[in-house]
Design a protein around this ligand. Sequence first.
Ligand code: GLN
Ligand code: ZN
Length: 763
Amino acid sequence: MITTHNLGFPRIGAQRELKFALEAYWKGQSSLDTLKQVGKDLRQQHWQLQSVLDLAPVGDFAFYDQVLDMSFTLGNLPVRVQDFHGDPLDNYFRVARGRSAESAEAHAQCCGGVAAGEMTKWFDTNYHYIVPEFTANTHFKLDASRLLAQLAEAKTLGVQTKPVIIGPVTYLAIGKAKDDSDRLALLPQLLNVYAELLETLAQQGVAWVQVDEPVLVTELTPEWQHAVNLAYHQLKSSRVKLLLATYFGPLADNQYLAANLPVAGLHIDAINARHEIVPLLAMLPAHKVLSLGVINGRNIWKTDLNATLDWLAPIAERLGDRLWLAPSCSLLHVPVDLDSELKLDSEIKSWLAFAKQKLEELQVLATALNHGREAVKVALAVNQVAIEARRLSKRVHNPAVKAVLQTLTPQLRQRQNVYTQRAAKQAALFNLPKFPTTTIGSFPQTAEIRQARRQFKAGELDQAGYQAVMKAEIARSVREQEALGLDVLVHGEAERNDMVEYFGEQLEGYAFSQFGWVQSYGSRCVKPPILFGDISRPQAMTVQWIEYAQSLTSKPMKGMLTGPVTMLNWSFVRDDQPREVSCYQLALAIRQEVLDLEKAGIRIIQIDEAALREGLPLRKSDWKKYLQWAVASFRITANGVADETQIHTHMCYSEFNDIIAEIADMDADVITIETSRSDMELLDAFDDFNYPNEIGPGVYDIHSPNIPEPERMVALMQKAAARIPAERLWVNPDCGLKTRQWAEVIPALRNMVSAAQQLRAQA
Ligand code: GLN
Ligand code: ZN
């Protein structure tokens, strides 16, 4: 019999219950006990939903982050919180957020606020974890209380469980040595604590433990490969069986290593590493369990169950009881329940599966293999109909779009002339001062804007009424910018709920869920749009707003668009064609918008690519290919304009060292980036590369409510000017201002303009 199991379940709740409970607690509106109860209820519900499986995960639930949970389990708390003596959960929030609650901070007097832990992306997902901190003196100490409590809870409910932990090598690899010491030197000590943890679990009667080592799908140096070997040889004497889980990609050169580790089972991502499975069968020792992740844990499409069974049948034959089935990775990365979607177009809905539906698919696969396809004949037939319908749907396939894609020529990516020639024409046209000032696009999303949008969606406000409110907000933004004396203005993005959703809603080929939330970090969730079909733009998306804004001022008004790569990377994308094909389609659609803006007399157009860097593949060897089509897509979008039209791009980061050549190759006339927190040091990459075009390095951090002083911004710009010739520098904030209040924005920008004036006076 085949065993079915799951690697992890989304914990935020189908209605985002955990988010609301956390935020209420942090605001001081509810008690810690209430929050703990919500956690308990969610765990129970989620085990209930997983009761169709042979083994459900325990320990995958986290109040904030599973990596931070692991740090607490290993007793690896940053020194700054070690003497806290309140509730451990409060201390946990202090590491995550710098404080446990907004008001009535527990132990505020005795223990005080602390710096929040650093956050970074979990492999190539949009989930962010709290980075474990190490020093040469880090001392680990087991605290299994959380795991044991959840294990006991599951036992009471009669759930067949498999505890889930992050493996020791991944834990070290994703952390940071604060003193630049060698993290691997901590491994022997860390392994002692892991051994103790496994023994503790064995004493509870646990049979299997899932140990996540996704680091095995990345490029490992010989030292790290050796660490993997060492770790599992040392843990081999444990009384529990280890299921070593890898996911998010192929094992590639780590395959032999992974196959031969002394563990009882190995889990492989059979979506992203399907081609490795058959060769692996030959490599795998005869006693070992092979768990195949056959349901995509990263996307929302129904699995083609019949095709999967065709592929699986001979493998099942060969492995017998040693075959386990699971989703490819934790379901943390998909929404909870498609059944909640009552407004989603029924045809599109019939092609989708969220976490709950994915577990049902798993169940069908296992039943078919265990008892024959007859036993699930109806489910298989229904699945077949949905798969076929999607494959043939006219909503997915638009021959006109495909035809245009066939005619992509290199000329489409080419500006008429090189930057120096363009820059001269643009300078003559715009006549901007030295150190020109601008902003990144959005102005505060005020209560009025949000209310109007709510009313419009609820049908309480008609189109004209809604437009009137938005126009009033745009007019306000323009007035304020003129009063501040900014040089290049923006309309402020009042009409945009979200920089991807706004465009997705107007493009053919996109659908939107109501409850398709996915945890991004802590209580924050995103609802990625669903890119399901060939992309086209039925009509202009931004022109009337930008035209209106331009009509209010004689200063240049910057048109504002989201770029194709960011649209792609922040969406659930098609699995029936390569990502780059979808990206080129987006590029062509947004290019039309660029050209329409230009036709409407808009001479400066910004194309945001906030997520370009995020899309970099896990393995460096795959970067080139990604960057090649990503940059080509941007160029297709941007480069149809005349020399006089100035193209800007914006990116919310500035670590460009390893991709600076490609950034330069995007050839935007102006790039604005986030630099204020790094003291302009990150501009070194541009300096070293002799980056040829204009740069607006952010001079103040928009995440903070603090009003930046002009002197500080002048000093930052001087540092910038030491690296980049002053005539190619712009002055702007780090990012958009939508999350700030007008009362913060106005004095901040006033100081920024004054800083620019001082710089001009000095020059
Ligand atoms: N133009 C967008 C804004 O100003 C850019 C946001 C972003 O880069 N994340 O909000
Ligand atoms: Zn930004």
